[in-house]
Design a protein around this ligand. Structure first.
Ligand code: ADP
Ligand code: MG
Length: 627
């Protein structure tokens, strides 16, 4: 449908059917941010320049071939206009009509599909949906497009519309190659007639467009899309400079990963771990720092979905041309594909970490010190990557030097013949653990035991559960069975004569009666040598360290979560003496039992009620000095 305009050479045409309705949708409901119009027009300009670059490589003759390939943006605060100019391929009359008069017609997509396979790899076009241009009507009540195609035989034309139902096309002689778009801003959009505002929008969305973008003559996109270049050509300084830009940082990154993948999706990623963790320093929760791009144009800044939450400390860029964008290019429509990208990039990053751990142990140690906590969070929260994360965990152990860390793999490699499980014990410090009763049995058998010094470690291990097909077992488990010399154990049991055994049995029953509900059972210990008593957890899942953490997060610090067992060492002089004392002075012997229990609880890292404990211990001391 077309109607002739009264003016010669000027023609007024109705938009194609349904277009008015569609236009209304694009203008009023497609985008959540009005500033997106600039991203769309700059992307179109970049596409036009890319097409021009391609055509000139083919050696085609072109008009104005001396012009530099660039994008210019000017605002006029008096007239309230924004003007975007490019020296790209331009459009002739027919192209103006077809490309700007038909919604959902993408000249760029058509251009791309006509390329041969080799050229497809080389030509990087952003447009695909054929609606971006109309975003101009979100902020403008009149949009004028002046364009001159690169073909020498063409002349310039002007397209103009108020975005309401029709557009006009007329001749526009004397213009240079490329396209100029003049937006007459709506009354409520005058904020965009401001260079500073325009610059900040360009920086946000279009920093990595491959052609210079000049706002009021000044180039705004000075940083290259480094991720799109091949690794071999990039210098360390360039990575650092890029990191400072995307990570908003001043120092160098601790490490980086630059990779690209073709299957299952085309992905290019450049990720950085900062020098230090801000979150660790207590500055609140770190917000995600990796942004999602599609063909160098920002889609989702600091995306919350493209990587798992526990990787929130990473900074950088993920770019995929296969992103399942919805037509607003602000959102992704296929969550399964997003999950796939997430998985591919995360796995790749974990693989990189294990390589760093192997090839640059010092760097990894530093990384672990800063970000180990996040990996532990990953083990607890991310089933998908739990196994890979398990390999990256580091701990002190009874056979590591103080302050030196080992991996679970190193532990497994050192395991002795009969050992089938990986043992660990938590404590506030190496010294505290080594002074306590829990590692006695390990020392005796020369078994290595991991020290879990971080309160969350026991949660991490209970989620990991298994490493390299070996169970992770806390040494405060009641049912702990250690490999050792079974013959020796039997010997020991035999050695204890029957009378002695019966005495201990009587003692444990009485102690249970004294302690009541505080313990599930009191029993003779097989694991103790030097210590008189030890608290163990009959419930294999809950370790004392986990209980400590649960208590500290609840209000009742004294609340007991799981019933404990008290194991006693019948051969210890204290217990031998206790049996005698019980006969002579039972009330006093009861106090001693309570004190033994409290001491064992303290060694388990569990809080006891201090007032009665201190009072009682003074009473016991008083008896001692009196006698
Ligand atoms: P898309 O970019 O997704 O193709 P748009 O609505 O943004 O859709 O643009 C429609 C078409 O108009 C483009 O495909 C392109 O052919 C043409 N076009 C838009 N802007 C320009 C420009 N600055 N120079 C040349 N062609 C342009
Ligand atoms: Mg476009």
């Amino acid at each position: 449908m077309s109607t002739e305009n009264a003016q010669p050479h000027a023609e007024t045409k109705e938009f194609q059917a349904e277009v008015k309705k569609l236009l209304d949708i694009v203008i009023h409901s497609l985008y959540t941010e009005r500033e997106i119009f600039l991203r769309e027009l700059v992307s179109n300009a970049a596409d036009a320049l890319e097409k021009y670059r391609h055509q000139s490589l083919l050696g085609e003759e072109s008009f104005d071939s001396h012009l530099p390939l660039e994008i210019g943006i000017e605002v006029d605060d008096d007239k309230k206009t924004v003007t975007i100019t490019d020296t790209g391929i331009g459009m002739d009359r027919g192209e103006l009509e077809a490309n700007l008069g038909t919604i959902a017609h993408s000249g760029s997509k058509t251009f791309f599909t006509k390329l041969d396979d080799a050229a497809k790899k080389d030509v990087n076009l952003i447009g695909q949906f054929g609606v971006g241009f109309y975003a101009a009507f979100m902020v403008g009540d009149k949009v004028t497009v002046q364009s001159r195609s690169y073909r020498p035989e063409d002349t310039g034309h002007q397209w103009e519309s108020d975005g309401a139902g029709s557009f006009t096309i007329s001749a526009c002689p004397g213009i240079r190659r490329g396209t100029k778009i003049i937006i007459q801003l709506k009354a409520d959009a005058h904020e965009f007639a401001n260079h500073t505002r325009i610059k900040s929008i360009i920086k946000r969305y279009s920093s990595f467009v491959s052609f210079p973008i000049k706002v009021a003559g000044e180039a705004v996109n000075t940083v290259q899309a480094l991720w799109a270049r091949s690794k071999g050509d990039i210098k360390d300084e360039e990575y650092t400079e890029f990191y400072k830009f995307v990570g908003n940082a001043v120092e160098e990154p601790l490490l980086h990963l630059h990779f690209s993948a073709d299957a299952p999706l085309a992905i290019k990623a450049l990720l950085f771990a900062p020098e230090a963790s801000i979150e660790k320093l207590g500055f609140g929760r770190t917000e995600p720092g990796v942004s999602l791009y599609c063909r160098r144009v920002l889609i989702d800044q600091h995306s919350k979905t493209i990587l798992p939450e526990w990787l929130r400390f990473l900074k950088g860029v993920i770019d995929s041309e296969d992103l399942p964008l919805n037509i607003s290019r602000q959102a992704l429509q296929d969550n399964a594909l997003v999950a796939k990208i997430n998985k591919v990039v995360t796995s790749r990053f974990l693989k990189h970490l294990s390589e760093v751990a192997k090839d640059e142990p010092e760097t990894y140690e530093k990384f672990w010190g800063e970000f180990g906590f996040f990996l532990k969070e990953g083990v607890v929260s991310d089933f998908l990557h739990r196994e890979a994360l398990g390999k990256l965990l580091r701990f002190e152990s009874s056979k590591s030097e103080p302050g030196k860390l080992i991996s679970l793999a190193e532990y497994v490699a050192r395991m002795g013949e009969g050992q089938k499980e990986i043992y660990y014990i938590s404590g506030p410090s190496r010294e505290a653990i080594e002074a306590g009763p829990y590692i006695e049995a390990f020392r005796k058998r020369d078994l290595e035991i991991i020290y879990t010094l971080d309160p969350i470690d026991d949660f991490v291990f209970s989620h990991l559960a298994i490493f390299d097909e070996k169970q992770l077992v806390s040494a405060d488990r009641g049912d702990l069975k250690l490999p050792g010399d079974p013959a020796e154990e039997e010997k020991e049991e035999k050695a204890a004569d029957d009378a002695e055994k019966a005495a201990t049995a009587g003692l444990t029953a009485w102690m249970k009666e004294v302690l009541g509900d505080r313990v599930k059972e009191v029993m003779e210990s097989k694991r103790l040598d030097d210590s008189p008593a030890i608290i163990v957890n009959p419930d294999g899942f809950l370790t004392s360290s986990m209980e400590r953490l649960m208590r500290s997060s609840g209000q009742q610090g004294m609340q007991q979560f799981g019933a404990k067992n008290l194991e006693i060492n019948g051969r210890h002089p204290l217990l031998k003496g206790l049996a005698e004392l019980k006969e002579k002075d039972e009330p006093f012997a009861r106090s001693v039992v309570e004190q033994i229990y409290d001491n064992a609880m303290i060694q388990a890292g569990l809080m006891v009620e201090p007032r009665s404990m201190v009072k009682r211990s003074y009473e016991i001391l008083a008896r001692l000095v009196q006698s």
